[in-house]
Design a protein around this ligand. Structure first.
Ligand code: PLP
Length: 397
């Protein structure tokens, strides 16, 4: 037997499995609500006009593809830091924040996890129950033990806040707590501002290390509104890590653009952290790719393009909200005895719809694909497919 002959098949990715089944379905009216991608009203992944215009600017001034610095494009890191913390943030003015370009939000999480493992090797990591399915695997692959904190309440389709705060208060000092800054994936259930106050207080008094994952900035209440949680954590002092992604907000999925930011206690500490984060990047992939970083930096730093981006992102956010409204209203008409009002209150691209695994299975018989947990991507609904979806759901209730 060779080294490879005894290796088992790894488990299939559940979401990619849905896509495979969807692709194999011959029904031309099939609908995939299992995805984690924003589609426009024509059912297409948008190419944002701000991105196209930035690319025109870049093409008009051809540049050789040298290596970027380990930490990425300087203009990108600066613009992203200002976006994430607010340009007037004390942590920026006091040079206490470092930001490195990363290979999407996933890359930012992995760099953060590897960095933490070096300096807090015995810390426990806590993620929400449920969470984005890659969180656990990412932190486990960095060598951590990953635990859950209570999060979702299937009874209310919202947050089990009493359970969450009790679990946070019980975490040992030094634990790493991963929090979704906004637009919780997979549930769509976010904390209120007052609940965030309590979480920030508990994290601070408990001596925990918050790691905020912000993959959907701008899809909730707005760019600044969604980023407010990050700013409040930064103001609370203490260590803080933030991963952010432009996959969804710039519709740049395949370009892999994101960043990791770390807030230190002083400028001098920040410089030491930067040197160590660079070491993690260097031993993983050396330095990030050029194109996506240049596109995002160009958009963020060119006032007209920035405005265009903010408008286009607002368009995506508003369309999702309209789909939530339509979903609730149309289901109310078709299935008045069932209450789906909570879908309107959920935030971001996803909804834990409350559909059971069995109901999801019956939807699939009608060529409508959702995740077994009942997660649907509201951003995959559009004015042409929503009636089909509603009829199918009404049938399986
Ligand atoms: N974090 C969360 C909560 C996500 O939902 C996602 C993507 O779906 C990511 C991180 C990863 O983002 P990216 O595709 O930029 O790696």
């Amino acid at each position: 037997p060779s080294l490879f002959s005894a290796i088992d098949m790894a488990p299939r990715d559940p979401i990619l499995g849905i896509t495979e089944a969807f692709n194999a379905d011959q029904n031309p009216a099939k609908i995939n609500l299992g995805v984690g991608v924003y589609y426009d009203d024509n059912g297409k992944v948008p190419l944002l006009a701000c991105v196209q215009k930035a690319e025109e600017i870049l093409i008009a001034a051809p540049a050789p593809r040298t290596y970027l610095p380990i930490e990425g494009l300087a203009a990108y890191d600066k613009a992203v830091q200002e976006l994430v913390f607010g340009a007037d943030s004390a942590v920026i003015q006091e040079k206490r924040a470092i930001t490195v370009q990363a290979i999407g939000g996933t890359g930012a999480l992995k760099i953060g996890a590897d960095f933490l493992k070096r300096f807090a090797p015995d810390a426990q990591v806590y993620i929400s129950d449920p969470s984005w399915e890659n969180h656990r695997a990412l932190f486990e692959s960095a060598g951590f033990t990953v635990n859950n904190y209570s999060y979702y309440d299937p009874g209310t389709h919202g947050v089990n806040f009493a359970g969450m705060i009790a679990d946070i208060k019980a975490m040992p000092a030094g634990s790493i707590v991963l929090l979704h800054a906004c637009c919780h994936n997979p549930t769509g259930a976010d904390l209120t501002s007052a609940q965030w106050d309590e979480v920030i207080a508990a994290v601070t008094t408990g001596g925990l290390v918050p790691f905020l994952d912000m993959a959907y900035q701008g899809f909730g209440a707005g760019i600044a509104e969604d980023g407010a949680v990050v700013r409040r954590f930064a103001d609370a002092g203490g260590p803080l890590l933030v991963s952010n992604s432009f996959s969804k907000s710039f519709s740049l999925y395949g370009e892999r653009v994101g960043a990791l930011s770390v807030v230190a206690a002083s400028g001098e500490e920040a410089a030491r952290l930067m040197s160590q984060v660079k070491r993690v990047v260097r031993t993983n992939y050396s330095n990030p790719p050029v194109h996506g970083g240049k596109v995002v930096a160009t958009v963020l730093t060119t006032p007209e393009l920035r405005q265009l981006w903010e408008d286009e992102l607002a368009g995506m956010r508003v369309r999702i909200k309209e789909m939530r409204e339509a979903f609730v209203a149309k289901l109310k008409a078709k299935a008045p005895s069932h209450d789906f009002d909570f879908v309107r209150d959920q935030v971001g691209m996803f909804s834990y719809s409350g559909l059971t695994k069995e109901q999801v299975g019956k939807l699939r018989e009608q060529s409508i694909y959702a995740v077994d947990t009942g997660r649907i991507c509201v951003a995959a609904l559009n004015s042409r497919n929503i009636d089909t979806v509603i009829d199918a759901i009404a049938k399986v209730l």
